[in-house]
Design a protein around this ligand. Structure first.
Ligand code: SF4
Length: 84
């Protein structure tokens, strides 16, 4: 199993927990949290809620545990991901 894509639903409270767990994927801004373009096929920095871009290369495998830890650490449970 690998994570295919990650996105942030509405409601982020900018607590920084996800970035502390997995800075390769998550970047907290003044108002929300972005999924870094560097790990996405589309290269865009955004919440990936609308784009639904896939993770690029082996990121979904290499960062699986860290993404899951970040999602579990989110106090408002807005970090979502798909697996395949
Ligand atoms: S852990 Fe959740 S609430 Fe906190 S910054 Fe990340 S997405 Fe936002």
């Amino acid at each position: 199993m690998a994570i295919t894509k990650v996105w942030i639903e509405e409601g982020c409270i900018v607590c920084n927990a996800c970035e502390a767990e997995c800075p390769e994927v998550f970047h907290v801004t003044d108002t929300s949290c972005n999924v870094n373009g560097a790990v996405r096929e589309d290269g865009v920095d955004s919440e990936n809620r609308d784009e639904q871009s896939l993770l690029s290369g082996s990121n979904g495998t290499d960062l699986e545990a860290a993404i899951e830890a970040a999602s579990a650490s989110c106090p408002v449970e807005v970090i979502k991901f798909d697996k395949a």
